[in-house]
Each structure stands twice: as structure tokens, then as C-alpha cells.
Design a protein around this ligand. Structure first.
Ligand SMILES: [Zn+2]
Length: 154
């Protein structure tokens, strides 16, 4: 944007003037929540948080999925099980304009997918109808397997 402004001898420029409306989201999963089980090893020790992502896109997805209760700042106190891919690779620009590629897993992968949904106008409740059908069985299995449920708000 600065280059475009300087080339045009301008003093200022808004993204909308050049059809650039960058998608922007931030994610910060606290270290103690970046685990599969309480006090377990970090799932994403190499990812520096907070993540500030400009024009993020998911470029790879693992096949494994998990069904976990999810919340949203747009829907206070509403939690519902949402089926999401467990590991995704997200590509984005950081605030310095550098292209970054991060493989993220667990709650962080969930939060990234949740925020990218927001950028596309999709809300977590949009996923619930289809997830709900499988909810009972999968959630019971998940609870038996992990012994706990995680709730995140994003
Ligand atoms: Zn949300």
C-alpha cells in the first residue's frame, strides 16, 4: 500500500481505494490450553503467539477430526460441539508483510479454523446442525478417550 501511495505521490491511502481489503484475525491460545491433556506437552511449541494473520488461508488439512464444544465472542455463553479438522496448515502474511506458513494442531487449529470462518462470514453455529447428528456418539467417545472436554471462545 505504501508503494502504491508513493508512486501516486499521495500522502495517504485507504485499502478500499485500491480494492485491497485485507482479511485480518488474531489468535492467542494460552500455553496451558495448548495441550491435549492437562499438564501434557505443548501441541504447538514452535508457534509464537499471539498469531496476527493477514489474508490467512488454509493450505493443507489432516484427515483426523475432533468434536469439541466451541464458543464464540459473538455468542456469549453459547457452547456447541463442532467437528473440525485436528491439524491444519495455515499460510498468511504477518504484520511485516512476510509470508508465513504454520502447521497448527489441537485447540489452536480449531481457533484458526473458527477465525477463518469468521473472515468468510461463517459462524460456528452454522456447523452445529450437521455436527449435532454425530454429536452424541463422537462426543461420548471423545470424552471417554481424553477424559475431559475443552471449551474455547474465539
Ligand atoms: Zn467467533
Amino acid at each position: 500500500m505504501l508503494e502504491t501511495m508513493y508512486e501516486a505521490d499521495g500522502l495517504g491511502l485507504a485499502a478500499q481505494q485500491i480494492n485491497e481489503t485485507p482479511a485480518l484475525c488474531v489468535v492467542d491460545v494460552p500455553a496451558e490450553m495448548d495441550v491435549l491433556v492437562e499438564d501434557g506437552p505443548r501441541l504447538n511449541p514452535a508457534v509464537a503467539m499471539p498469531l496476527v494473520m493477514v489474508n490467512p488461508e488454509i493450505v493443507a488439512r489432516a484427515e483426523s477430526e475432533s468434536l469439541i464444544d466451541e464458543g464464540c465472542l459473538s455468542f456469549p455463553k453459547l457452547y456447541a460441539p463442532v467437528l473440525r479438522v485436528s491439524v491444519v496448515t495455515v499460510r498468511f502474511l504477518n504484520l511485516k508483510g512476510q509470508l508465513q506458513t504454520c502447521e497448527v494442531r489441537g485447540l489452536l487449529a480449531r481457533a484458526v479454523q473458527h477465525e477463518l470462518d469468521h473472515l468468510a462470514g461463517v459462524l460456528f453455529v452454522d456447523h452445529v446442525a450437521s455436527a449435532e447428528r454425530e454429536a452424541l456418539n463422537v462426543q461420548l467417545q471423545e470424552m471417554e478417550r481424553t477424559g475431559r472436554r475443552q471449551a474455547g471462545v474465539a
